[in-house]
Design a protein around this ligand. Structure first.
Ligand code: F6R
Length: 609
């Protein structure tokens, strides 16, 4: 999730305005920054690694000349957060500059094709191919205008993008295009502003127009024209007046970052399906060769590892040990050796306990693999191979969208490994891959159809002194995560167990009216789970079930139920099933008058042991 900004001003400095606007987009990414302007028919570019303030201190981002320009604040997806990978990217002739937010899935094929045609690449990014594609279109047809050359280029892209392009070929224009990644136009009497998000230009203008998927916009000082990429038909759309405060704009109109991030999950899950094959392949190759595989993480990331241990076992017949990073050295330190592989999972990539486990394992010659949301974090530097989960920065302290993305990456790894090992039939593989593609839509459905019901459930149980969360099999991991969310932001003491364990002790706590949340996908453990529900019901518990739509049996046994679309395969079920639990925790916190974004005593990144 990067931030892009461009402007065409009647007068004044484009670069200082771009710099200030990028600062307001820094929440979208902050590992490198860059600006390009057009002046005297030449591109002027400054870019560097680091946060915007650091790069500005080194380079002075405000002194590029020109009234037209584009800028970018980056959250690395392809290529490390280094200066050469920072945007804007240019073509071979130094005439075209591009900034991009998104992920181009077919970039390797396009890159090879362009390299065969003589194009020279400088960075490791997917974005750079866009500049070269535009250059290629213009060199093949010099009479083609810039907008047409961009149009032809984006037609060849697969994946997500919001791009802004400037060029000495038509130095009075910015051409932008969008597929999935956000893009908004703002304007006033002083100029035109194009950005990933409204906060970027809100202090300058509140007149905004959303560019939709599959549209290209051609902006000049005298106006703009929007057309459909597919058939070039013109689009007319009225701007809206935005009456948000800057604070509301940053949260996209949501009252808290947590609910904004819960709602972002359909998008982040789509992004997580666009991982680079190469890295997934490499990691699954290492996993295939390993003798012992330890899945090491803390908190929410540990729950992702717990779910992953079921995925690896069921799909690839690979036994793995999910371990709390804070216990790893004591529990397994001495048994780790050259044949061991550690898959460390950490959204921040900086959690002290996770990094200590990695250091211990490294000293014992184990192979370190990483899964993280922050490319350039310590975990990426110490891993033999790592993969980024593509969730974009998460600001709410409670992990939500980063959890579901971790689960999605781990499921993709399990599928790869399964294929490598020939453990699952091609039909089954195809079925699972198709289902994985539908998960973002399922999550969208859950949020849009169940949120109001969950709000009412939260109101009903807001005074409960204790909550139970129970699930069997992989759903035990979902239960643990639901419990953590409720405890950490709503301060409700909560218990979670594999449902079968509850009668070995915890059930003695059950009294009339205690809410017990059951996670009930229709998998192999469904029947036994019904017995567990009956046991709790018999002792007076209030049953809140998360069921598949149409599960009439459990619906009848429940005091309250939340529905998830039916037909989600067992190994993918934690992704949609955890979403109602995130919402439940959020609404209970609100009912109790708490701010879910800033739970007491917690930090987003725990850098102490
Ligand atoms: C809970 C939460 C924490 C983190 C844990 C690990 O909502 O956010 O439990 O999951 O501190 O953090 P990372 O994944 O950054 O290593």
């Amino acid at each position: 999730m990067c931030g892009i900004f461009g402007c065409i001003l009647k007068k004044g400095s484009a670069s200082s305005l771009i710099h200030a606007s990028l600062k307001r987009l820094e929440y979208r990414g902050y590992d490198s920054v860059g600006i390009a302007t057009l002046y005297n028919n030449q591109l002027q570019i400054k870019k560097g690694q680091g946060k915007i303030d650091e790069v500005h201190q080194r380079l002075n981002l405000d002194d590029l000349k020109g009234t037209i320009g584009i800028g970018h604040t980056r959250w690395a997806t392809h290529g490390a957060p280094l200066e050469i990978n920072s945007h804007p990217h240019i073509d071979c002739t130094n005439k075209i500059a591009v900034v991009h937010n998104g992920i181009i899935e077919n970039f390797s094929e396009l890159k090879s094709e362009l390299e065969n045609n003589g194009h020279n690449f400088i960075s490791k990014t997917d974005t750079e191919i866009i500049a070269h594609l535009i250059e290629d279109n213009i060199s093949k047809n010099p009479k083609k205008g810039l907008a047409d050359a961009v149009l032809e280029a984006v037609k060849r892209l697969e994946g997500s993008y919001a791009i802004a392009v400037i060029s000495t070929i038509e130095p009075d224009k910015i051409i932008c295009a969008r597929n999935e990644s956000p893009l908004v136009l703002g304007y006033n009497e002083k100029g035109y502003y194009i950005a990933s998000d409204i906060p970027a230009f809100l202090p300058i203008t509140n007149k905004a127009l959303v560019i939709k998927n599959g549209e290209l916009i051609n902006i000049s000082a005298s106006g703009y024209e929007i057309k459909k990429i597919v058939d070039s038909t013109l689009v007319s759309r009225e701007p809206k007046i935005i009456d948000w405060t800057p604070e509301m704009a940053l949260k996209k109109g949501y009252p808290h970052f947590m609910i904004k991030e819960i709602n972002e999950q359909p998008l982040t899950l789509r992004n997580t399906l666009r991982l680079q094959d190469h890295y997934l392949d490499l990691i699954s190759t290492f996993l295939d060769r390993a003798k012992d595989v330890f899945l090491v993480a803390c908190g929410t990331s540990y729950h992702a590892c717990l779910a992953a241990s079921y995925m690896f076992s069921k799909l690839a017949f690979l036994p793995t040990y999910p371990v709390y990073a804070s216990e790893f050295i004591e529990q397994h330190g001495k048994s780790v050796n050259i044949d061991s592989t550690i898959l460390a999972v950490s959204q921040s990539g900086e959690t002290a306990d996770t990094l200590s486990s990695v250091t211990c394992a490294q000293q014992r010659a184990a192979t370190i693999l990483g899964l993280t949301n922050v490319i350039g974090s310590t975990l990426t530097r110490v891993s033999r191979v790592y993969v980024g989960q593509q969730s974009g920065p998460e600001i709410g302290v409670a992990a939500t969208k980063t959890f579901t993305s971790e689960l999605s990456v781990l499921a993709q790894l399990a599928l790869r490994l399964s294929k490598k090992r020939g453990k699952v039939s091609q039909d089954e593989m195809d079925h699972l891959s198709e289902k994985l593609e539908t998960i973002p839509k399922n999550v969208e459905t859950i949020i849009s159809t169940q949120a109001n019901k969950i709000k009412k459930i939260a109101k009903k149980y807001k005074k409960a002194k204790i909550f139970f969360f129970l699930g069997r099999g992989i759903s035990a991991a979902t239960a643990y995560e639901g419990r953590l969310k409720l405890m950490e932001i709503a301060y409700v003491p909560s218990m979670a167990f594999p449902a079968g364990e509850s009668k070995h002790g915890p059930i003695s706590l059950i009294e009339s009216g205690i809410p017990v949340v059951f996670i009930c996908p229709k998998d192999g453990s469904h029947k036994t789970l019904i017995s567990n529900i009956m046991e709790m019901k018999a002792r007076g518990a209030s049953i809140i079930s998360v069921i598949e739509t149409g599960d009439e049996i459990i619906k009848k046994l429940s005091d309250d139920y939340i529905e998830v679309p039916a037909g989600i395969p067992e190994i993918l079920s934690p992704i949609p099933f955890v979403v109602p639990l995130q919402l439940l925790a959020y609404y209970v916190a609100l009912e109790k008058g708490l701010n879910p974004d800033t739970p007491r005593n917690l930090a987003k990144c725990v850098t102490v042991k």
